[in-house]
Write a protein that binds this ligand. Sequence first.
Ligand SMILES: [Zn+2]
Length: 282
Amino acid sequence: MQNPVRQTRDNRTITVDFQSEATYVQLLGNGKAFVECVLAFVLCLGFQLKHKASCSGGGCLTRHSHDLRVRLGGVPIWRIQCTTCRAVFTVLPHFVLCYRSMRPDVAQAALLATHRGLSLELCAVICHISPMALYRLVCALGYHSLVTVLTRCGLALPPYVLADEKHSRCLTDKVYVPTIVCGRVIWHLGYTEEASAAAFTQSSGEFQRAASCYEPSYRVRGILTDGFDSTTSSMQTLFPGARLGSCLRHAINKLPGKLAAIASPVRKALRTQFHTLLYRAQ
Ligand SMILES: [Zn+2]
């Protein structure tokens, strides 16, 4: 049996900063002031409400008072409706997370605690939430592309990156985790079963596509790698104009091995040349 065609619904949820919970509660008692406050916030952000396709958006907005959800110990969530196209917008106050029954500050504290290494159970106990709710929150974050999350956090796409692949194991198989980082920020974290250039290109291509989608003019200017062929060629395929270099750490690791192959007289002659060059440069 075929699955019925799923209708995609426009996301008409807007999160509004009401400054304080007290202001929000106060506004709930005054429909006109509530709608005006939401509109002022939306206009101030320069953000357009998603009306239905047939609507020019010039109509009035009214409070859709018949639809009320009670969560988080009785916080009412209001909706507003366009009088022309009847599109309904859910107005989430800033202290409520979409689809979650925990407050953003609690979620933030719990995520920081798990990140620092506390178990899900302990984090849940200290934050007064259920371990399952925390687990779902961690999983929900995992579904988001890093590029989307980081750019929404206000980070600019990196012009220079370091590309590497970590080796890992899945049961008895050897697997690879291609990564793209800039400083302390991880921009891509993939997973492949092969160490081939094709596999790495496919994985790191996720970063390339997400970044180009966010900023079509985005170009990576320089990439450092450990010199592994698959990584280098995947980077050349994805970022043709970028300059490739060797990561200093990996280069230093390889240095003693490389030098051992050079005969002593050659090494000494090179050393003198390097010293001369260094002296001139200074
Ligand atoms: Zn409308």
